[in-house]
Ligand binder design. Structure first.
Ligand code: ZN
Ligand code: ZN
Length: 253
């Protein structure tokens, strides 16, 4: 929706987000605004904000240390929502109060000070979030092209696990929930965990014949990386039922 490092005025935002005239300005000028369940945060760096306060907003490496409004506390609903990482927080900064804002990316609340007022939040920015099908721990990421050329059994299976359409059909059917331990990344990690899951290919390699067509519901299962690693601890792979037994029966020592 926004381009990293591109410059935007508030007017640009109203246009891009189709904000009706009666909903413009107001909260948009206070430093942070919630609109259609996304947050838009405007941050002056090294210059006093509109209210004349300078809360020492600053970059620390790729993290932005940011201060809320004067009386903000972590018990306020808006601040709770901001630090929950359950919402998209689009962060814009500027160094001079006349400049348009620069879009810095979607922030992830890394840290906050519980008792300070105004609230101090450290936002993680300027980093790349990978949005590709996850790799399993023991394999080396390789380009798709090499995957197709490669003919080893392991690589062939990985190809099915990474087929984007098959993966999509599989998770649409089963959900983004580990089919072994029921771990739900969105529930445990918040927004950053949305749609994060491995997909495991059940059909043993010996069963794959030429012209094999994948059935995403019969042949694939969403699994968390832990369970996926255990599944692949044996060759041929453990079945989902076997790993479930291991998980339920494990007693340690
Ligand atoms: Zn699991
Ligand atoms: Zn697998």
């Amino acid at each position: 929706m926004f381009t990293l490092n591109a410059q935007y005025t508030k007017k640009d935002l109203y246009r891009i987000l189709k904000v009706p005239t009666e909903k413009q300005r107001g909260n948009w000028n206070t430093g942070y605004n919630r609109y259609n369940d996304n947050f838009y945060l405007f941050c002056n760096i090294d210059v006093p904000g509109r209210t004349g306060h300078d809360y020492n907003n600053r970059w620390e490496g790729n993290n932005l240390v940011w201060y809320g409004k004067g009386r903000s506390t972590t018990s306020q609903k808006t601040i709770k929502d901001l630090i929950s990482n359950n919402f998209n927080v689009y962060i814009f900064t500027r160094k001079n109060s006349d400049n348009p804002f620069t879009f810095e990316g979607k922030g992830i609340a890394l840290n906050y000070k519980e008792s300070s007022s105004p609230v101090e939040i450290t936002w993680s920015l300027r980093m790349e979030l990978h949005n590709r099908p996850e790799t399993i721990p023991e394999e080396i990421p390789v380009e798709d092209k090499i995957l197709w050329e490669g003919n080893s059994q392991k690589i062939r299976v990985n190809k099915y696990e990474r087929n984007p359409q098959a993966r999509k059909d599989c998770v649409e059917h089963y959900g983004y929930l580990c089919q072994v331990c029921k771990f739900d990344f969105k529930k445990e990690y918040g927004e950053i965990g949305r749609e994060f899951i491995h997909v495991h290919h059940l059909t043993p390699i010996s069963g794959i014949k030429k012209g094999y067509i994948i059935d995403p519901i019969k042949d694939l299962r969403p699994v968390c990386p832990n369970c996926h690693a255990i599944i692949h601890k044996r060759n041929p792979c453990f079945t989902i039922a076997e790993v479930l037994l291991l998980l339920n029966n494990a007693t340690g020592f």
